[in-house]
Design a protein around this ligand. Structure first.
Ligand code: FES
Length: 581
């Protein structure tokens, strides 16, 4: 339903600038202090440019320029831009994991938008958790919002070989450990793998989540695929600034176009991209922020019918730069036209179908046709069983096929430090048939559910030529990783989930086709172990860590804080945003 256009008096910012009282005098006089006159802002949409730029975030190093380009668009369209720096989540630097701070960023974004005189928001992110963190906060606030994706960096290059972020790091680290490359060669990879601004250019969490944001309708069409340093990226930044001003007048908010169907579109797109398993946690959290219900089972249902078409590492061969030249996300979605709901609305006011109508595939080695998919279906699988009553996930295309049905004895590590200390011990009784188990790496236990899920293969097995094994944890895995890694086991071991009860030598059965993960130990014995189990000591005594340990939800529920979730939409009217005075 089309809404009536807003009048200047109906702008949210009017409450700060437009009324004639003492507090508004203060707002206007302090804006004048910054060199603006009333004609710069009075009666105009005030737009927050929510910027995750920082000198510690290489993926966003172009964001100072992009913010200026967004401002240019906002001024041209008759808006008033205000840049708002928020916490950056820099994947390579932040310990123990950016995931611990995703909800922190979401809270900051929501409160910044609530407490200042903003009518609309441009969200600038891209590096892994920045996309969900920014969007979660904006969904809760529900102002007109548009997303500016950082764009992927250029392909890596080393000795004439193309390198992909993360994926080739793991690959050559294993080659180094196995003695296949020299230390000198390893050093020179270091300087060639990240060559420009922009997020990781493999199909890691960043590319997956910026593409998911586009599939949800939150970016200008085609934007998420444009490399960060391409001049078209700057052009789209300016167009994004122009568009948000119009969205404010139209009062087009996330709640106007986020539906169960738009989340299905995002999941289908992620599956066709061979996207990161992290997106499962983030999309569930985002849907719940939008007052929608999304469960793990919906991912499994859609995976059974969705082919993997993007031939991008780690599941495939190419990188995001190639994907853009091959037609980008619009071309991929056009190839999926019968599997997505093309009637869903997007931020440019058009439907998904209208946005992808003219899209074409220019290189079908990179974006495969439906007649020639990279993988026919099952880009990911949701596992259940006595080891993961609330679910776990695995990415079948990223594992060696012979492990899809596997039974082996467990080798258990009680936490990350235990694993780091013993995994390469030549005396460790491990064989290629063993199942490596890491405990206490979940949302509360690690804390923050770090990307430790690609558990290392013991050095002695690597030297013997083993490149994949069944590995199980309650951690996540980087989207750039690969292997037979069972992830997100819920409930996690730190809170007493069955993963905490596994002991060395227990047999574990993985059956991907049956979607089953079983600990082959009798119920009586498991009950005995459970009765003897004692909860580990809490990790934190003060600060943000306490907030996390008291309130973070398990992976199957998206790892949001319980008090930040939105009520289902039908109850939302009674809990509306309180009026600010
Ligand atoms: Fe920023 Fe990978 S390090 S996206």
């Amino acid at each position: 339903m089309t809404k009536a256009r807003k009048t200047p008096e109906q702008l949210r910012s009017h409450r700060w600038y437009g009324v004639d009282d003492l507090r508004s005098f203060g707002h206007r006089s302090r804006t004048a202090q910054m060199g603006y006159t009333a004609s710069d802002y009075m009666g105009k949409p005030v737009i927050a440019i929510v910027n995750t730029w920082s000198e510690i975030n290489p993926c966003h190093s172009h964001f100072k320029e992009r913010a200026e380009e967004v401002k240019r668009g906002i001024w041209q369209a008759g808006g008033f831009p205000v840049e708002m720096p928020v916490m950056t989540l820099s994947e390579p630097f932040q310990k123990p994991t950016t995931m611990l701070y995703r909800n922190f960023l979401a809270m900051e974004v929501e409160e910044v938008l609530r407490s200042y005189p903003f009518d609309g928001a441009v969200l600038m992110g891209g590096c892994d958790k920045t996309t969900p963190g920014l969007l979660m906060g904006a969904f809760s606030m529900d102002l007109p919002t548009i997303y500016l994706p950082a764009g992927p960096m250029l392909r890596g290059n080393w000795n004439g070989r193309v390198l992909g972020s993360g994926t080739d790091t793991w690959k050559y680290a294993a080659e180094l450990k196995a003695g296949k490359i020299t230390n000198m060669e390893w050093k020179s990879i270091e300087t060639g793998i990240a060559r420009s601004a922009g997020h990781c250019m493999t199909m890691g969490t960043a590319s997956t989540m910026t593409s998911a944001a586009e599939a949800l309708g939150l970016t200008l069409p085609g934007f998420s695929s444009i490399p960060a340093v391409d001049s078209r990226h700057a052009q789209y930044a300016s167009l994004t600034g122009k568009r948000i001003v119009e969205m404010v007048w139209e009062d087009l908010k996330p709640s106007d176009f986020l539906t169960d169907k738009s989340f299905d579109n995002a999941i289908t797109t992620v599956l066709a991209l061979g996207g990161s398993t992290n997106s499962i946690v983030h999309l569930i959290a985002l849907a719940r922020r939008a007052g929608l219900t999304l469960t793990l089972d919906r991912f499994d249902e859609l995976a059974r019918r969705t082919p993997v078409l993007a031939n991008i590492r780690p599941a495939g061969e190419f990188l995001m730069e190639d994907f853009y030249y091959a037609g980008g996300l619009s071309a991929l979605m056009a190839e999926l036209e019968d599997l997505v709901d093309t009637t869903q609305r997007t931020v440019n006011g058009m439907s998904v179908g209208e946005n992808i109508r003219d899209a074409q595939i220019y290189n079908d080695a990179v974006i495969r046709r439906r007649s020639n998919p990279l993988v026919e279906h099952d880009g990911l699988a949701v596992l259940r069983g006595n080891l993961a009553p609330d679910g776990a996930v695995i990415k079948p295309p990223a594992m060696e096929s012979h492990l899809k049905l596997h039974t082996g004895p467990a080798i258990v590590f009680r936490d990350y430090n235990d694993m780091a200390a013993r995994i390469d011990d030549p005396k460790l009784p491990v064989t290629a048939e063993s199942v490596i188990v890491l405990q206490n790496a979940g949302p509360v236990g690690a804390p923050g559910m770090p990307e430790w899920g690609q558990l290392p293969i013991p050095e002695k097995l690597l030297k013997a030529g083993v490149r994949d094994m069944v590995r199980i944890s309650d951690a996540r895995m980087s989207g750039t990783s690969y292997g037979a890694c069972v992830l997100h086991v819920s409930p996690e071991s730190f809170v007493g989930g069955p993963l905490a009860l596994v002991r060395d030598g227990d047999l574990i059965e993985l059956d991907v086709a049956a979607r089953r993960l079983s600990l082959l130990v009798s119920e009586e014995e498991l009950a005995r172990r459970k009765a003897a189990w004692t909860a580990p000591k809490p990790r934190f005594a003060r600060g943000y860590g306490v907030l996390n340990q008291l309130h973070v939800l398990q992976a199957d529920k998206g790892c949001d804080f319980d008090f930040l979730e939105e009520p289902p939409r039908e109850q939302a009217a009674s809990t509306a945003d309180p009026e600010i005075h």
